[in-house]
Design a protein around this ligand. Structure first.
Ligand code: SF4
Length: 413
């Protein structure tokens, strides 16, 4: 633990290596990868969703799984070390979409393919995103036996009316039921997602939802404020005045209330939107925040591997065709320069509650952050936007409010 004193507050920060199991030097972690498998199927589209996901194409599941199996094999081959060794993978994440719409046998085949193509850690964190309305006891027992060891449920609210407002297919009772099934199936690592700032959501709704969530004692909670994205029904309805999302002040109050409550109940806020019980943080999430390599597989998935950032074909039918032809479905890519990687590493870390671990930055790039940022660091610090200890740099409460402006002033273009 590192202790930072800021005015009247004393904050205990974990070392980043204690958040990554097992503790390893950064250069070793950079030689590994994480795998993300995108499953783009949903029963219906929620009104706020802008993910690359589709309703009405469930019959495409099996051809898509076959395409994904091919991509896993090709990607594993491409990611091998120069001496032919398979690339080590620390985490696997089935995201979507609704991965729980796949059968146990499809999930099992995909996991087997990952193990064949990559050197998956024996204790790898393997997560499956699930919609509580699509889960049953038998299926959860099956996927646990197949090797899924972490479940992430998109619950969003315990209020039936708000769930309808969002266009979700599940009921509050199904959330509780799904967690009970998961516990019976042997899951000891469960995340539940909830949203705040929803149209019609009051502070009382939020208190009730969090109270009910805490009775289930999930190991991890992700709390997101609603963002109304262009192209979604919510965007149209908000413009037409048919819905009014929560305003900034209400969202800030909801966030603060949740943070205080969760800390009192033993959860640690290790990233802006994520809280976990000790040792139950998501290793896969941290891959992104620590700017470590990951390989995205499936339609529209993104990757950051070597010095390249690239994305896959978004349309599932076209994606399937490319793989049937034996081609990797990469459609866009860019080379990430050393300077870009340094800026991005700092930017991503400063968005987390932990901040940037300065010794790790220096070990990774062979240059201290203070040298990289130069005079900009002093200017931003003098403006009271950063908190600095020997080992850590993080945004001050004022810096957090100004967010992007701080990054603009601190980081080179
Ligand atoms: S279940 Fe998730 S991925 Fe599917 S439409 Fe709803 S929000 Fe989007």
């Amino acid at each position: 633990m590192t202790t930072i004193s800021t005015g009247n507050n004393t904050i205990q920060l974990p070392e980043p290596h204690t958040l990554l199991q097992p503790a390893e030097p950064i250069q070793q972690l950079l030689e590994t990868t994480s795998l993300y498998l995108h499953i783009p199927f949903c029963h219906t589209r929620c009104y706020y969703c802008d993910f690359n996901t589709y309703a009405g194409i469930l019959p495409m599941r099996e051809p898509y799984v076959r395409a994904l199996l091919t991509e896993i094999a090709l990607a594993g081959q491409a990611a091998r070390h120069a001496d032919g060794r398979k690339r080590r993978s620390r985490t696997i994440f089935f995201g979507g979409g609704t991965p729980s719409l796949l059968s146990v046998s499809q999930i099992t085949r995909l996991l087997q393919a990952c193990h064949e193509a990559f050197d998956v850690d024996a204790d790898a964190e393997i997560t499956l995103e699930a919609n509580p309305g699509t889960l049953n006891a038998e299926q959860l027992t099956g996927i646990r036996a197949a090797g899924i060891n972490r479940l992430s449920m998109g619950a969003q609210s315990f209020d039936a009316k708000l769930l309808q407002t969002l266009g979700r297919i599940h009921t509050p009772a199904e959330i509780t039921q799904a967690v009970q099934y998961a516990r019976t199936a042997g899951f000891t690592s469960i995340n539940i997602d909830f949203m705040f700032g929803l149209p019609g959501q009051t502070m009382q709704h939020w208190h009730d939802t969090l109270d009910q969530a805490l009775t289930l004692r999930p190991e991890h909670l992700s709390l997101y404020s609603l963002i109304v994205e262009e192209g979604t029904p919510f965007y149209t309805w908000a413009r037409e005045g048919r819905i009014t999302p929560g305003d900034e002040d209400l969202c800030a109050d909801m966030y603060e209330y949740a943070d205080t409550l969760l800390r009192q109940r033993g959860y640690m806020n290790y990233e802006i939107s994520n809280w976990s019980l000790p040792g139950k943080h998501s290793r896969h999430n941290l891959t992104y925040w620590l700017n470590l390599p990951y390989i995205g597989l499936g339609a529209g998935a993104y990757s950051f591997f070597g010095d390249e950032r690239y994305s896959n074909e978004r349309d599932p039918a076209t994606y399937n065709k490319m793989l049937q032809a034996g081609r990797l479905p990469k459609v866009e890519s860019e080379t990430v320069s050393r300077q870009q990687a340094m800026s991005e590493t700092a930017f991503l870390a400063l968005r987390t509650a932990m901040g940037l671990h300065l010794p790790t930055f220096e070990q990774r790039f062979g240059e201290p952050f203070a040298h990289f940022a130069g005079d900009r660091l002093h200017t931003v610090e003098e403006a009271g936007l950063l908190e600095h200890s020997t080992d850590w740099l993080r945004l001050s409460p004022r810096g957090r409010l100004l967010g992007n402006e701080v990054f603009l002033h601190l980081l080179p273009d």
